[in-house]
Design a protein around this ligand. Sequence first.
Ligand SMILES: Cc1ncc(COP(=O)(O)O)c(C=O)c1O
Length: 353
Amino acid sequence: MDSPVETRRFVLPHVAAMEGYVPGEQPQGGSFIKLNTNENPYPPSPKAKQALVDAVDDRLRLYPDPTGRAFRETAAALHGVEPDMILAGNGSDDVLTILTRAFVGPGDLAAYPTPSYLLYSTLIKLQNGREHVVPFDDAWRLDVSGFLEPGVKLAYLANPNSPSGTALSPAEVARLAERLECPLVVDEAYGDFAREDCVSLVKTHPNVIVTRSFSKGYSLAGLRLGYLIADPSIVHELNKVKDSYNCDALSLAAGKAALEDQAYLAETRAKILATRARLADALSELGWSVTDSQANFVWALGGPDAEATFQELKRRNIFVRLMRYPGYPTGLRITVGTDAEVERLLEVLREIA
Ligand SMILES: Cc1ncc(COP(=O)(O)O)c(C=O)c1O
């Protein structure tokens, strides 16, 4: 068998030089409280589960609809856009990959803020592109001019942002889009928990592309489904880039039913927002500084030693995410769990404070 050193030379040099994206820990088996990858603590809509079961029959012998027409019609109706403005993907990560492959070539510049979603860097590096990183200020605002580096081919903005949970208003995003000469990807993976969204900007600003996920608001991280909303001319081009059958029949069926059950989304969302407020208040009382989160997690900084707290929580089978960004203090990103999970977390934090 070839040694790793010998096989590595077959790989494109820019890929061999990369670290690769490291997803949050996914502990298997055992009993633990998992607050590290922003999954939803509540089950998916019963209607989505039923649609999944109903889709398990002999039709699985056939390839799925390549562009998920029925799913796109439902998503389009929900957002008040046309079905040809929707493109579905195998999670919103797949959608982000398609976008990066379409817009960023070797040597091209792509911009994203920091601290933010680390996958943007990985996707740019995979294209052998160059990164232009724009820092958030202390109040989690962005200096728009920071994005205006000549030659930027694509800009990403997680809104709400991770790890901060903070969000720019649609008016601020519109101002950024107006000054950019390239597409602006507004990554709304956490949009279901936010006060506002940027979907309407797609119609007024053709360079705005909004991405959405089923992993957070719809409790379907295990299914892998996401989509984007963009000008039809952009979607037309992106269809050439995606894998022919990038979404399977089961995901498309369950995703459609989940979108149709907005009452269920509203119910679980309300519970998560109430728990988020309690968690943020309690962390502040314990000495942490907590950002104004519009997502299903909070970002806690400046309290007791973050690394030691993370390790002690882990020892007690409570998983949160320790995140380090150069130039920023190390913090804990804590997913909003059920009330019982958050109570247990707080009990331990009080004990070890
Ligand atoms: C900002 C952001 N965008 C996108 C994703 C990916 O979501 P999906 O599960 O739909 O691929 C995540 C996942 O954590 C995220 O934090």
